[in-house]
Ligand binder design. Structure first.
Ligand code: ATP
Length: 230
């Protein structure tokens, strides 16, 4: 499935000083695909997210993109400006990408449509007053405001009540239906399998298996790899 290659990693590794977080990763993110990267705590998901995003340079191997891509990252922990309003959080991200004036107003309008109505009505309220799930949706909206070619979402379910996890994932699925290319870093393998077109299992910095959910043989392999490294 999927169209042309958007970002490709060849033999990518990353070490923080002596700590090897990622080794020899080959990955191809193709247009319109929702790619899940599932892995336990410390498997290397956030490191891989940073490298796919382009904000973290690999220490080994290389990253290739199809032309000038805009990649957006909704980082683990969300990193919102809690004392700024919802609107200001979106504006700051737009300014940083050089979007101002009429284009900014248009992007704000469109991005707000992605947010649940209860947040649309609270654009002037401080982000710190939102629930965890609402903050997560704002973090994703902030990533969307620049019209990314690829949206990377790092552990959106972290710390959220189950009902809100479902809401966040429903909204992510909506983006996928609209054809956006999404990379989802997810700690729970079952969740990655249920929402992604493709899943790679990361175990101790290595992609242990990569395949399509729905195939029971693949899902069994993915489970074994998730827990034991394959
Ligand atoms: P989590 O689910 O806990 O966020 P993760 O799968 O996102 O984990 P990473 O955050 O990429 O994994 O971390 C992979 C490995 O690299 C871990 O062993 C971690 O301790 C280590 N690591 C991550 N960031 C740093 C850093 N800045 N300095 C040193 N080691 C780091």
């Amino acid at each position: 499935t999927g169209g042309r290659s958007m970002v490709r990693l060849h033999g990518v590794g990353h070490a923080y000083g002596g700590v090897v977080a990622l080794r020899d990763v080959d990955l191809d993110v193709r247009q319109g695909v929702v790619l899940g990267i599932a892995g336990a705590n410390g498997a290397g998901k956030s490191t891989l997210a940073g490298i796919l995003h382009g904000s973290l340079a690999p220490t080994h191997g290389n990253r290739e993109t199809a032309g000038a891509l805009r990649t957006s990252l909704a980082p683990e922990g969300r990193a919102l400006f809690k004392t700024l309003s919802l609107r200001e959080n979106l504006e700051v991200a737009a300014y940083a990408a050089g979007i101002t004036g009429a284009p900014l107003r248009a992007r704000l309008e469109e991005t707000m449509q992605w947010l649940p109505p209860r947040l649309r009505d609270r654009m002037s309220a401080p982000a710190g007053g939102l629930s965890g799930g609402e903050q997560q949706m704002l973090a994703i909206a902030r990533a969307l405001i620049v019209s990314p070619d690829i949206l990377i979402v790092d552990e959106p379910a972290l710390g959220l009540a189950p009902a809100l996890v479902d809401e966040v994932y429903d909204r992510l699925s909506g983006l996928a239906r609209d054809g956006l290319t999404v990379v989802l870093l997810e700690q729970l393998l079952s969740r990655a399998l249920s929402v992604c077109h493709e899943v790679a299992v990361l175990h101790e910095g290595v992609v242990a298996v990569h395949g399509r959910p729905g195939d029971p043989a693949f899902e069994a392999l993915a489970e074994a790899a998730y827990f034991n490294g394959g």
